[in-house]
Design a protein around this ligand. Structure first.
Ligand SMILES: [Zn+2]
Ligand SMILES: [Zn+2]
Length: 102
């Protein structure tokens, strides 16, 4: 199950569970669309994979035991462990390779 992290790991803006602009990589590294498409150029600073929009977990329990009430979003803010320079070098190395070929 997705953790649904509460913030962008780079700029630290809030990304509530229903944020339409939250992006994740396959490891759930989470960024706002502005960072993912801007400075990161669709390259995850950690794994090097691309991003996709984070699915929105329904706030209502449309079926018993499911939805945000049963499985709330994480409140633990996460911050990337890499420096601006490290990220720039990593992105430059990978950005021109399409995610399917990385
Ligand atoms: Zn951001
Ligand atoms: Zn990643």
């Amino acid at each position: 199950m997705l953790e649904i992290r509460p913030n962008c790991e780079l700029c630290d803006c809030d990304l509530p569970a229903n944020a339409p602009h939250a992006m994740i990589c396959s490891y759930e590294c989470t960024y706002c669309a502005s960072c993912a498409q801007g400075v990161l150029k669709n390259v995850c600073p950690k794994c090097g994979g691309g991003f996709t929009a984070r699915p929105i977990r329904p706030s209502q329990a449309w079926r018993k035991g499911l939805g945000l009430e049963s499985h709330p979003a994480s409140e633990k803010r996460v911050h990337t462990q890499f420096s601006t320079e490290e990220i720039a070098a990593h992105v430059a190395r990978i950005r021109d390779i399409a995610p399917a070929y990385r």
